[in-house]
Design a protein around this ligand. Sequence first.
Ligand code: FAD
Length: 433
Amino acid sequence: MASHSTGFNSGLDIGKSYYVATANPAPDHPALAGDVEADLVVVGGGCTGLSAALHAAERGLKVVLLEGGKIGWGASGRNGGQMIPGLRKGSRGLVKTFGPERAKALFDLAFEARELVLDIIERHGISCDLRLTGHLVGAVGRSDVRDFEEEAECLAKVMKFTDVEILSASQARQMVDTSYQGAVYERLGGHMHPLNYTLGLARAAVGAGVVIHENSVAVRLEREPSIRVFTDKGSVRARHVVLAGDALLKGLEPRVNSRIMPVGNYIVATEPLEGARNVIPANVAVSDTLFVVNYYRMSADGRLLFGGGERYTPSPPADIAGFVRPHMEKTFPQLKGCRIDHAWGGLVSVTTSRLPHVGHYGEVYFAHGYSGKGVILSTLSGKLLAEAITGDASRLDLFSTLTPLPFPGGTALRGPLYVLGMLWYAMRDRLGH
Ligand SMILES: Cc1cc2nc3c(=O)[nH]c(=O)nc-3n(C[C@H](O)[C@H](O)[C@H](O)COP(=O)(O)OP(=O)(O)OC[C@H]3O[C@@H](n4cnc5c(N)ncnc54)[C@H](O)[C@@H]3O)c2cc1C
């Protein structure tokens, strides 16, 4: 893969990430030059946009995809790689908001994301260090364990889902070498190399006939008399557009952008940890119950990939490794002073309800705001968009009932008000709830 240290989505040190250092070879895609026509134009070369493009092309549409930077250099190629089935909101929250029947339908649909991603990986032979070892959530407080038990009960009763196991503190410790009060183990979770998955999805999309243009920032969207997306060197006229820019989309469509808030999140990769220093003997993906969540897993070559710490200001910390290290060493004191080989960050797009925002305004389709749980949901959402565009909107309509409320104060005030709220919860983390 060609290195591009500057450019549209090259901020927060993505070029220094473990994923870029271990990326599978991938072709460059030329920038858009001139005016072209298609059935569908997709803005954004992450998993949402690539999946929408792939599935639309498989259904016979002529698709052009515009990526402002490099394929996968948004959240899709720099995240924790944790495959966590379901939605960010627990089943009790879903039942409370939507009632048992709709909650179960939404839960089942979201759960399909896992099978879809596994099927794509197999069908297209994507090499992405897939590990189906499960996902463990460590309880930081005692009340979290009670919470897990109630959640497991609702999962079993309403969702008819029993693939979770409540673990005692000592059982949890056998899987991950840190102190939790207990844990919930989700057997169907896992982890993977997200950039290599995204590059594989791009290869599959091209194989299905999608034309990809990198370094092609969509700067303007015209809706009348027909859809036309402009870059500074050309345009794509089409019957439909998918906006899949997530946290980076900005002002292209204000109705879409006003429902998400970008939050900076940071990750490190340690030196390879051998023998007793392998802190996750069960090789599961792990997160904890803190509001500013710590999430971590081992890479295929034995490094700890640890994400921790958020920032609600637009600028990243000057020293990302120094920013994440205290979170990592608090979880694993035994790793004090270990070498950090890679440190980078990304923007997570969060919504007021922590549920995704998907749907369409006429022929303008969108999906984003997975609130830190988008590794597999993004691929599903892209497929639902493609289904709707090609004539079957039933599943997109169901998913779009999740629509979160806009941020109070709109785009102008969402920053300051949201930051105040976040800082309050982050302080509760530090005070022990
Ligand atoms: C640090 C971090 C860790 C995370 N960890 C996890 C995790 O472990 N598990 C999990 O489930 N989720 C995680 N997430 C969330 C997950 O990565 C995202 O929800 C998901 O990748 C979103 O995919 P996407 O395709 O919608 O957006 P992206 O992957 O961000 O893709 C959007 C693309 O659109 C492009 N774009 C934007 N605007 C324009 C424009 N105007 N013109 C052209 N192109 C444009 C961008 O350059 C970008 O490539 C994490 C996110 C971050 C940032």
